[in-house]
Design a protein around this ligand. Sequence first.
Ligand code: NAP
Length: 338
Amino acid sequence: MTPSVLVTGGSGYIAGYLIRLLVEQGFTVHTTVRSLAKEAPLRKLLAVDDTRLHVFAADLRADAGWAQAVAGCRWVAHLASPLPAGVPKHADDLIVPARDGALRVLTAARVAGVQRFVMTSSVAAIAYGRGRGVHHFTEADWTDLTQPGISPYIQSKTIAERAARDWVAREGGGLGLCTINPSVVLGPVWSGDYSASVLIVKKLLDGSLRALPDIGFGIVDVRDVAELHLRALRHPGLAGERFIASGRFMKLREMADVLHGALGQQAHRVPRRTAPDWAVRLAARFSPVARAVLGELGSVRHQDASHALQVLGWATRPVEQSIADAARSLIERGIVRV
Ligand code: NAP
């Protein structure tokens, strides 16, 4: 019999793909939403066999609901974590739910006798705080939170992953925790409620980004990130493991070129001008979003995903495809008018 799996944060971008994949593979899925008012729209969006999906209310900021959500599950994929479009006033608005929420789900999972716990961390916990220049990262690296200008989101992912690992080492019992650390996740969106990561493509397409700062990201496809979660859940003996999930690093300049090449006239608002560093620094005086990328100016972060290939036979599709598919889906769904 296939085990039941808890996927936290069912309304999320990656979680939607993972839930579909799990149900297609014959699993029964438990998932959480902050309010059950979201259950009906979620079921409609996912359009999976309703009898294989059980929806529970649970918020990362409170204990209620987690024990019920995980009861009867042998595996957990913990994806819920705040990923806002903007920068919050207080870093703790992200850090506290990310860290304490992960510990709540871990605690409920241990009590329920869960065997495998796959936590969605991020390269945010690996590859930041190193400044300008070309850097190469593996799973052995951690973001340096002592550096100035680390964004609240990056802090939240680093602190939450460390806290989860420390907790499991101290009191995890038989719980096997591994993390998946994706870079920027792109690919088709299903609705207007998409992840903040897709905003990069949206802002390029709709012209709200007028010039291109000298920043970039590793990119990975949402379909492949879901597949990697499935592989990590299925694979025995991954306790303590960490898997970078990333395709190649790409500057915004190159992402803009990909959009021009793939979409032609539909990409007419995608900027071609580069924003000089001094202009970004000036903008950072007024804009928290510009301030959040200051530390990334001139930085190239290669994130090596070969561990996932060696252990789980996993690789992501070409990043050009993920960018173009994200853009096309934003246009097809009327989210961006071109
Ligand atoms: P998403 O679409 O924004 O999903 C985040 C999920 O977390 C949503 O279901 C959200 O619920 C839930 N959530 C947030 N705060 C919560 C709270 N206080 N209590 C309960 N649930 C809460 O983002 P995603 O891209 O799918 O991200 C999923 C995971 O992957 C996150 O852990 C994220 O950090 C990680 N990740 C994402 C990327 C990326 O580029 N997208 C890259 C690396 C890692 P609501 O719908 O109610 O807000």
